[in-house]
Write a protein that binds this ligand. Structure first.
Ligand code: BG6
Length: 523
């Protein structure tokens, strides 16, 4: 199949370009291109983007890496990866593979030497002339975080960070930088990274990726809230009893012990993905659907979450670590037995916490957050539980099968929304039960959602940073997380509670919610 044939021929294909027009020509330069993330995710996504959506002919990808390789070897490596990591029924045919390979270039260089960046600069100029990429560049840092400051500084000193004149002399080209998480390890390191970035790039050039923001279902939280009039009047402390956010994973840490040991669940999932979901669920309506208006509201929301006191950390947070157990019918080893993990490690693989948002809308509404590895299933969802009716007309025995109204936004898998409400069971007696009203993405639209990375890469090419994370968001959320981790550090190792793989976390997590007379909404 040739490029674009699938997009045009298949009406069920989504449109990725917001205004229907392909972005300007550009070159994407990947640092860390031989690494796992680039091979597994980034390059297959770029291949998809190029193949499935009408793009300008002039689109190139340059790998900047130390390993000796020429263009042909690099092209073969990339084709190997995209074949390996793309689902079988989604693979590019051989003609498309050839077309994609023609856009791949390899710049062999040392990321710590000036020479490397001069070589890169010369290659990019050549591509502008020979391939028509017109001086537009995206630098994608898919590198270990400790290398980021060095690369950023070199991009500055070599002049590569500076947007150029278009190579045909017609106007200004653009230069953008995409940077992957982790954005620092705590507030101080995030501030340092942001200041390093700020010395070289303007904030409008920086695209900090949180892939959760690229998920259709996460974006749909805004649509659900702000494109419908029925929910917003109820979306506050008058009608909502509490909110739960669950990001459960059945996988363990896989082969990422080196990173995970320094991160743990709170830095890996809460500081970024969960905070983003929380922001979209709770922020005020932005004045416009644009990058600054939305991000202003997110920051306001984060600022309304008070820092935890040491007593609150003890009472409202639970840390857990998985031990051996059974997940999906398969035996799973404990965290301490994973390769590369310190056998004495107290790194948490599970976090549950209760927080409050101190503003007019959310005063006194508890937010219960849970995330963990090796839980019974992979499931990300937001559950909004409404208050009970003010006066119960029905007798207790008639309402035994009734739970309060619950709106569950399923972010993944089985994407959709379910509203639980009470209904009368047919028959003479006034017996009630809870029933579900459900919306499923799969059946409602019959189109495949774009992959989160595909959405985000496309937005960066279009110059839309709405779904990317701004400097003040990162720092405000780290301030909150630091407030918790600094107290955890002073608490004994026995405050990290074991839980068997394949269970919903330690008993303490159950107690955290039960002591408030509530229950987790397990999928
Ligand atoms: C990453 C974390 O950011 O998100 C991983 O580092 C986690 O530990 C992953 O597994 C979860 O992403 P998703 O899209 O599978 O929910």
């Amino acid at each position: 199949m040739t490029q674009n044939a699938r997009a045009v021929g298949n009406l069920k294909q989504h449109t990725i370009w917001q205004n229907g027009h392909a972005p300007e020509p550009c070159t994407v330069v990947i640092f860390g291109a031989t690494g796992d993330l680039a091979q597994r995710k980034l390059l297959p996504t770029l291949a998809h983007l190029w193949h499935d959506h009408p793009m300008k002919e002039s689109f190139c990808i340059v790998a900047f890496a130390r390993r000796p390789m020429n263009d042909a070897q690099w092209q073969a490596t990339v084709l190997g990866s995209i074949n390996k990591y793309m689902p079988e029924d989604d693979r590019l045919d051989s003609e498309a593979q050839r077309g994609f390979a023609e856009r791949l270039f390899y710049c062999q260089a040392d990321i710590s030497s000036d020479d490397g960046y001069h070589k890169l600069s010369a290659l990019l100029d050549t591509l502008d002339h020979e391939r028509g990429t017109r001086g537009n560049r995206i630098f994608y840092l898919s590198t270990p975080p400790e290398l980021d400051p060095m690369i950023i500084a070199h991009l500055g000193s070599s002049g590569l960070a500076q947007p150029k004149q278009h190579s045909d002399g017609q106007g200004q080209a653009w230069t953008r930088l995409i940077i992957e998480k982790p954005f620092g390890h705590d507030l101080a390191s995030a501030q340092k990274l942001n200041s390093d970035l700020g010395k070289v790039f303007g904030e409008e050039q920086i695209y900090r990726i949180d892939h959760y923001m690229g998920k259709e279902t996460v974006q749909n939280i805004l649509a659900l809230r702000f494109a419908n009039s029925i929910l917003e009047p109820l979306w506050n402390q008058k009608y909502i009893d509490h909110v739960q956010i669950l990001v459960g994973e059945s996988i363990g840490i896989e082969s990422r012990s080196e990173y995970y040991e320094t991160s743990g669940a709170i830095r890996d999932m809460v500081q970024n993905h969960i905070m983003q979901v929380l922001c979209l669920t709770c922020m005020e309506a932005p004045v416009a659907f644009d990058a600054d208006a939305i991000r202003d509201e997110k920051v306001k929301l984060l600022r309304a979450i008070p820092l935890f006191t040491p007593e609150q950390v003890a009472q409202r947070t639970v840390r857990g670590q998985y031990t051996a157990g059974v997940v999906d019918g398969q035996p799973a080893e404990g965290y301490l037995e994973e390769q590369g993990v310190n056998p004495e490690s107290t790194t948490e693989t599970f976090v549950a916490l209760k927080l409050f948002i101190e503003n007019w809308r959310w005063a006194d509404v508890p937010f219960y957050i849970r995330t963990g590895k090796r839980l019974p299933k992979r499931s990300t969802e937001v559950t909004v539980q409404f208050k009970r009716v003010p006066h119960q007309l029905y007798k207790l025995e008639e309402t035994q099968g009734l739970t309060p109204n619950r709106l569950t936004i399923r972010i993944q898998p089985d994407e959709g929304i379910t509203l639980k409400f009470g209904a009368k069971i047919p028959g003479a007696a006034q017996h009630l039960a809870s029933v579900d009203m459900s919306f499923s993405y799969n059946t409602a639209f019959g189109i495949q959602s774009p992959d989160a990375y595909e959405r985000l890469l496309a937005d960066c090419m279009m110059g839309d940073s709405t779904l990317f994370i701004r400097r003040d968001e990162i720092e405000t959320s780290w301030r909150l997380i630091d407030g918790i981790t600094s107290i955890w550090q002073q608490m004994g190792p026995d405050t990290v509670k074991p839980y068997a793989s394949g269970t919903w976390g330690p008993d303490a997590a159950q107690e955290l919610i039960e002591q408030d007379g509530r229950n987790w909404d397990n999928p």
